[in-house]
Design a protein around this ligand. Structure first.
Ligand code: WT7
Length: 676
């Protein structure tokens, strides 16, 4: 494996060398005039000399039942704790505290995918009522209490926000699994989290079709049972309250319609639990370098302070803004920057049910116009797709964005410029925010009212984040070195996950072991956070992120573990060995190609390729379908028996695989090349 990584680092360094510097673009004065952060002293206030006390500024954006006494408990690195002694509730901070000033302001605009269906507007008052009622149901009907876990497998609806905030009110740890994931994937995550309650929806619209989602719940319960986890209750929100929209039948005594149960809890008020700042708010599963997805365990006080602070200063959210992040709430982006950050700031947050280009690529701009969206947030994949659909279309609409975000994968400068000129009509500022599920909130980005933008670069570390780029030996690559290395964060910050759920050892190994020289050290300076991304540090202090350096493939912003994909392929009887490689794709960024060799006695066929592809869609989700399945006579291997993914990736991308004579079986390379 070490061999593979080094090969990849070389390729990335080459990309960096061929890089053209992009010009700086300054934010318009109209933006600066209204921005939350225009004071340059922020850089000094959040500088290393004031660390960790600088983060008091973020904590003070929240309401505390009991104020904390210790800003950072450094006694057990890297298991740092923030705001120790503080008692807080996230639901209170996102809902109750806004009632005094914003009771009748919209908290959530729910936009159904069918355009002839009315948009629903939920005020903070209504959100308060619904969160309380659902919290009462969770407590009294399900017997859930602080510290319990519950798995959610919900589509994009306002009900998902209600569910998360009701859990947070009780201190119940929610674990939302992206609705596009299979029932089996939901089961694996419920097993790991030990959830005995599953909350789901009956159906949702996607690309014009009403999809039966409840069938996945049946699979999830069965699969979880096989792995020893009994799911006792399945709560089902209805897409159309009062009407069951799935074809899959209900299971008597196990499945319950939320809207029926709620009748018993009307007008219930549930006092928010006063929870320790370092308690757990939620789990978010993410792919890693080995097969099993890991649950990033996020805190209450530190996480909420961090996403609120970054929402205010990087997203530039004011209470009067209408904010639309098109990500799915099933990903961390949705947790931090659709629900917790924007609602903590009393913004109006848009939840859109479906795909951006339904029924056509003008939809986002019509929604934006109708709701008065002025802050827009999406991914390079969505931007590329909208651009391909009709590159002039957004110019024909008179939506009015002051601010736009790109997140999830590196954005090509050409695509960035289109976003700026065409979607933003040349007047919106753009932030390219680099971060991860594990980090809770942004790590690198420009401060939109202070820094100029640079296409393709995310910018410097955000306030209070001190990034560094190391080479493989641990030497610092200084600004302007012109070489790619591994980007790390030198310091702790409040948004970082507490640990990997149930696996402290893996947490340390994966994120800290790489550059820690002394495991006994109590000094945070000895514990750089290893993000696993390649990056170049430019002379002007901006970082350009090159993507993952490990075995994770980023497809349309979905982070897929190659091992997860390969494990799924190996469940097909005929498959002997499997290797997945990322192949550049103009729309999706990267698509996985699946290489398999068969067990003896089986032969390749189109049907078998299809079977493998279907298996990946079923086991992981439709977005995991490989761009191509290659059934090869044998895998190219090193003499020590490791599959050479680099060679496979080059062939799939019609590139020269380089010198292959050191392989154990160089002749297969030519055989595979002939297949393309
Ligand atoms: C990986 C994290 C960040 C929330 C959504 C994805 C890549 C993320 C950027 C960006 C270049 C980016 C990285 C990172 N990534 N943002 N602005 N520029 N790459 O969260 O699923 O945990 O994925 O996404 O490779 O490590 P995630």
């Amino acid at each position: 494996m070490a061999e593979d990584k080094r090969d990849q680092a070389v390729t990335e360094a080459e990309i960096a060398v061929h890089w053209k510097e992009e010009e700086l673009i300054y934010p318009p004065t109209s933006f600066i005039a209204q921005a939350n952060m225009t004071d340059e002293t922020v850089l000094e206030r959040f500088g290393e000399a004031n660390f960790p006390n600088c983060y008091k500024e973020y904590a003070d954006l929240l309401d505390w039942y009991e104020y904390w006494h210790t800003i950072l408990d450094e006694s057990k690195p890297p298991f740092w704790k923030w705001f120790v002694g503080g008692k807080i509730n996230a639901s209170y901070n996102c809902v109750d505290r806004h009632l005094a000033k914003h009771r009748n302001k919209t908290a959530i605009h729910f936009v159904p995918e069918p355009e002839d269906e009315a948009i629903q507007h939920m005020t903070f008052q209504e959100l308060y009522v619904r969160v309380n009622e659902f919290a009462a149901l969770l407590r009294d009907f399900c017997g859930l209490k602080a510290g319990d876990t519950v798995t959610l497998h919900m589509p994009m609806t306002a009900d998902l926000a209600v569910t998360m905030l009701a859990c947070a009110r009780l201190g119940v740890i929610h674990s939302q699994v992206f609705s596009g994931f299979s029932g089996k994937a939901a089961a694996d995550r419920a097993v790991d989290a030990k959830s005995r309650v599953l909350i789901t929806g009956d159906a949702y619209y996607r690309a014009g079709k009403l999809i039966d989602h409840k069938e996945k719940a049946d699979i999830a319960v069965d699969e979880a049972a096989k792995e020893g986890q009994k799911i006792e209750k399945v709560l089902i929100w209805q897409r159309y309250p009062g009407k069951y929209s799935a074809a899959t039948p209900m299971v008597e005594g196990r499945d319950f319609i939320v809207n029926d149960l709620l009748k018993k809890y009307r007008h219930a008020i549930v006092e928010p639990e006063r929870l320790p700042a370092e308690g757990t708010l939620f789990l978010m599963y993410t792919s890693g370098t080995t097969g099993k997805p890991k649950g990033a365990q996020h805190s209450i006080g530190g996480y909420l302070a961090y996403v609120t602070g970054t929402s205010k200063y990087i997203q530039d959210i004011h209470p009067e803004d209408v904010y639309w992040c098109m990500a799915d709430i099933g990903w961390i982006t949705g947790h931090s920057y659709i629900i917790y950050g924007p609602l903590a700031l009393a913004a109006s947050s848009v939840i859109y049910e479906g795909v951006p280009n339904y029924p056509d690529a003008g939809r986002p701009w019509r929604v934006a116009k109708e709701l008065g969206v002025n802050i827009f947030h999406t991914s390079p994949t969505a931007i590329r797709a909208l651009r391909r659909a009709d590159p002039d279309l957004p110019l024909k609409y008179d939506h009015n964005f002051k601010h736009m975000t790109t997140v999830g994968e590196p954005i090509e400068p050409e695509v960035w410029k289109w976003y700026h000129k065409v979607v933003g009509h040349g007047k919106a500022v753009i932030v390219d925010t680099w971060w991860q599920t594990e980090t809770g909130g942004f790590l690198c980005s420009t401060i939109p009212g202070l820094h100029p933008m640079k296409a393709g670069s995310c910018g410097p570390g955000v306030p209070g984040i001190y990034p560094v780029v190391f080479d493989d030996e641990g030497n610092v690559l200084p600004r302007g070195a012109g070489k790619a290395g591994n980007i790390c964060i030198r310091n702790p910050w409040p948004g970082r996950m507490l640990t990997i759920w149930g696996d402290d050892e893996r947490f340390v190994r994966q994120y800290y072991a790489r550059y820690n020289k002394d495991p006994k050290s109590k000094d945070w300076r000895d514990w750089p956070y290893f993000a696993g991304d390649g990056a170049v540090y430019a002379a002007d202090g901006y970082f350009r992120i090159l993507g993952r350096i490990d075995d994770v493939i980023n497809v349309s912003g979905h982070r897929l573990g190659t091992k997860e994909l390969e494990s799924a392929a190996l469940t097909v009887t005929e498959v002997g060995e499997a290797a997945v490689v990322p192949v550049p794709d103009p729309i999706k960024g990267r698509v996985p190609h699946m290489f398999v060799s068969l067990k003896p006695g089986y032969t390749a066929s189109k049907e078998l390729e299809q079977k493998i592809s279907d298996t990946l869609a079923r086991e992981i989700g439709p977005f995991a379908k490989p761009g191509k399945v290659w059934i090869v006579p044998d895998m190219p291997k090193t003499r020590s028996g490791k599959i050479m993914r680099r060679v496979l990736a080059a062939i799939a991308d019609h590139k020269d695989p380089g010198d292959v004579m050191t392989l154990a079986n160089p002749e297969v390379v030519e055989a595979i090349q002939k297949m393309s």
